[in-house]
Design a protein around this ligand. Structure first.
Ligand code: ZN
Length: 426
């Protein structure tokens, strides 16, 4: 493998790759790329009358099984309503809603015990008002019982309330579990099944929530944003949702990238975007973002880079967020509903010394790492980046002809080298 190319195709067709940002070693062996992707989830089950809106705890007829709602988007213009009380949860239709995760990765107790964090007056007041409302109190009593059983740590109802209202691990949930009018339980609504406008509202809501969580937890160094779709990708429910988790360090991958950035501020241009152009891995682009077939990933992966000057998601202008959303949406649609995926956001931690672009990686979780990987640290990815790009382009062109994608997207050979010019480092 040369210094300039992180991927090479050998005589027999094997493609060897090294992740430019991770150093991950990946091989793709020929003859496995065209296997069907969708997971076998068993025969579709017919839905009973009314079941479509109560299939899981994230469904719209089961709002009280989730924690007190922090915000929701309603109406044709996705207006944001905040802290809707339990008695009013059904007065409007929440197209997306945000609430604390009942089972946090990084708990409220973690921030309290390790960082001495105390909830601000706005959360204390909200908790008091919630408990004074009989329906709110009953809601919190039920949730507290679930939490107490899971954690075994004795807490008062007031403490449970503060943790649930003021936690910094949130979930953002879409309205529909299955499509409206679904007759079987496999008619799921993935990110790609949303309209481009719905997806843009969802992504923008997530970016704004990221800002709020970061501001609400002064000890956080980073807020991880991700979406697990379907069980093989780590999702508990087959109901579309994203998660945002504040953490007190940004983790070793950002450390590694910061070391590389110290030697080259334009790391992502040189090591990713320029390589993608040279190797023919640009999948799609619009005015504000560009999508590549990623090199050196354990799973087939697309990388969507913002081409804006802004670094943090919520510092992007609305049109910049929209551009990223439109490409991410298009790739989700091209992926298909029944393919398990992880969507991972990467951006510059606020206290990091070097500029970094906002990028979203979409991984197809279609294989399970096994003993070969564990023993060698060489990962076998069943689809090489060129094949991934070809598959995606064929799907994107079909979707565009069906009117399913946002406007302004160039696909495959329609993209020009200038579309892959990043601006994050000024
Ligand atoms: Zn559901």
């Amino acid at each position: 493998m040369s210094d300039t190319s992180p991927l090479v195709r050998l005589a027999d067709g094997t493609v060897k790759q090294v992740g430019p940002l991770t150093g991950t070693r990946v091989w793709t062996v020929p003859g496995r790329a065209d296997r069907p992707l969708g997971m076998d989830r068993g025969a579709p089950r017919p839905l009973a009358e009314g079941e479509a809106t109560r299939l899981c705890a994230f469904c719209e007829d089961r709002h009280l099984e989730t924690t007190p709602e922090k915000a929701r988007l309603v109406g044709p213009s996705f207006e944001e309503l905040r802290r809707v009380p339990p008695r009013a949860l059904s007065d409007t239709v929440a197209r997306f809603r945000r609430f604390g995760n009942l089972f946090e990765i990084v708990s409220a107790e973690y921030w309290r015990e390790n960082h001495g964090f105390r909830q601000p007056p706005s959360i204390v007041d909200w908790a008091r008002a919630y408990l004074e409302d009989p329906e709110g109190r009953a809601h919190l009593e039920r949730l507290a019982a679930v939490r107490a059983t899971a954690s075994g740590v004795p807490q008062s109802l007031e403490e449970h309330a503060l943790d649930l209202l003021g936690g910094s691990h949130d979930v953002i949930v879409a309205r529909r579990h299955v499509v409206d009018g679904a007759t079987t339980d496999d008619q799921l609504v993935s990110s790609g099944m949303l309209t481009p406008d719905e997806h843009a509202a969802y992504l923008g809501f997530s970016a704004r929530s990221l800002r709020e969580i970061a501001e609400g937890q002064p000890h956080a160094a980073y807020v991880g944003v991700f979406q697990n779709w379907l069980r093989p990708a780590g999702a508990s429910f087959e109901h579309l949702h994203k998660q945002l988790v504040a953490i007190d360090e940004h983790g070793p991958q950002v450390d590694r990238e910061l070391r590389l950035l110290a030697g080259d501020r334009w790391l992502y241009q040189h090591a990713i975007a320029d390589v993608a152009v040279r190797e023919g891995l640009v999948v799609a682009a619009n005015d504000g973002a560009v999508a590549f077939a990623g090199v050196g990933h354990r799973y087939p992966a697309f990388e969507v880079y913002s081409t804006a000057e802004a670094n943090l998601p919520h510092e992007h202008a609305p049109e910049g967020v929209r551009a990223v959303s439109d490409l991410v949406h298009a790739l989700h649609a091209a992926t298909g509903v029944h393919v398990p995926t992880n969507e991972e956001w990467h951006y510059r931690p606020p206290r990091a010394p070097w500029p970094m672009p906002w990028r979203i990686v979409l991984k197809w979780r279609i294989s399970t790492p096994a003993g070969f990987e564990g023993g060698t640290k060489i990962h076998v990815n069943t689809i090489d980046p060129w094949s991934l790009r070809s598959r995606a382009i064929a799907s994107l062109e079909r979707l565009r002809s069906e009117g399913r994608l946002a406007g302004g997207i160039s696909i495959g050979e329609e993209c020009r080298p200038g579309d892959a010019r990043l601006r994050y480092a000024g």
